[in-house]
Ligand binder design. Sequence first.
Ligand code: MSP
Length: 520
Amino acid sequence: MPSETRAGTEPARIYITTPLYYVNAEPHLGSAYTILICDTIARFHRQRGVETFFLTGTDEHGDKIAQAAAAANETPKAYADRISAAFRSTWEACGLTYDRFIRTTDADHVRIVRAILQQVYDAGDIYFSSYGGLYCTGCERFYTEKELVDGKCPDHRTAPEWIEEENYFFRMGKYQERLIAALHARPELVRPERYRNEVLAMLREPLEDLCISRPKARLTWGIELPFDDRFVTYVWFDALINYVTAVRELGAERYAQLWPVANHFIAKDILKPHAVFWPTMLMAAGLPLYQHLNVHGYWTVNGDKMSKSLGNVVRPLDMKERYGMDAFRYVLLRESVFGLDADFREEALVTRINADLANNLGNLVSRTLSMQQRYFAGAVQPRSDPRPEDDALRATFEAAGVEVDEQVCALMLARALEAIWRAADHANKYIVETAPFTLAKDAAALPRVGTILHNLLEALRVTAQLAAPFIPESCERIRDLLNLPADALALPGPAWGEAFAPGHVVQAPVSLFPRIETPA
Ligand code: MSP
């Protein structure tokens, strides 16, 4: 999804990935946020006829998982099966439209990781050496003294252990200059820019080689190195390769088409593995780099970091049950700016739902359909005698369409939603200005009422079309209420005024987004 993409010139394909979530925690607001962004962007492109491949899955190897399994009294495989299934069933219940759910324990992935390891080893970029270093089990990586804060891991706030052992190393340092050159040659490789700058800052220090093995004496839960069965692969070297596995398995032709348009979506917590380890691994394996690494911020809950111990973990299925999936999607996408941190508060969510969904969009649907029902028994009337206010309404929706394209391609999903809701707001004001409910009292004015309502049905259709990637279920319900065929929300679709033949009957209104009453 190059940012230079504009309406009508979308790439013919896009490959979208979420991180592979660790199976040591169940799905929560944070993991849901990334996959919701990916789902929205995948739907957006699909709707425009772009071939999309959307990947998610689970990261199952390594110390962290082995320890979580031991704590749960299960074998690592049984434990990973259970939590991975929980991710899958949650995402399915959330209606997410990924094409493959990959597990790092899948046989095809294990095979490709081993093939790439062997290739990089044969090329001389993996060597055997002894190394002593400060190791954080939480991060599953060695830290340099400089990276520690008060001698502790900045993420886990625990002191790392000194570990000395023989291991295999990837000559990552060798690729430092090439990576810097790539970041300069392709400024949008890592975006938004603040994260590209962070990566460039990391690369101002000499880039050390990366320890990519763990001796089986310490850890057996991993992919065995193809060239030394006394070791398993470091979990990041294994997991990152999933992005290649999934498309390689589609055959040479689709792989060649999809890999160059790979768009990874992650949060800032895993910037270094994705912006430093991964591109240098790709260079060593002789593979092209991804198209974009898209990095978003972190959610807190009522100002606090979300954690099991604080008991403030927000679960997507609870939100779905309480407010509906679309309302949850809408609020997460509307209340965050891609790249910046955001704070989740249930009161703010309720306010948003009531204002934007129940009042603005919900009212537009119910007022339009109830007037259509009351004055014309649901039958659409011809549009006649256009007035300037009719043209203004059409112009607003056309402009919203252009803006949605631009903003989504620039990852500014909240701005895209703002543009759609500004248009819906205009339609509500158009009802007030043109006052069809007053005109309808005079039989001679009924043709004008028919025209106004026809314009409003168009406004509903285009709103549903533009909002479909964000709140898909509700837009399908609007389409259904309009009695339009299944493909009616695809883009570009008919021109304004051409979607409804006179005599086409639309349904009576239902309440799409009930107002949420909060206890006083
Ligand atoms: N397994 C690695 C990723 C390997 S990718 C080859 C991993 N897993 S994770 O389960 O910890 O997921 C981290 C990701 O979850 C973040 O990058 C982000 O996508 C999402 N989030 C987890 N908590 C989050 C927030 N509080 N806020 C926003 N996103 C968050 O790292």
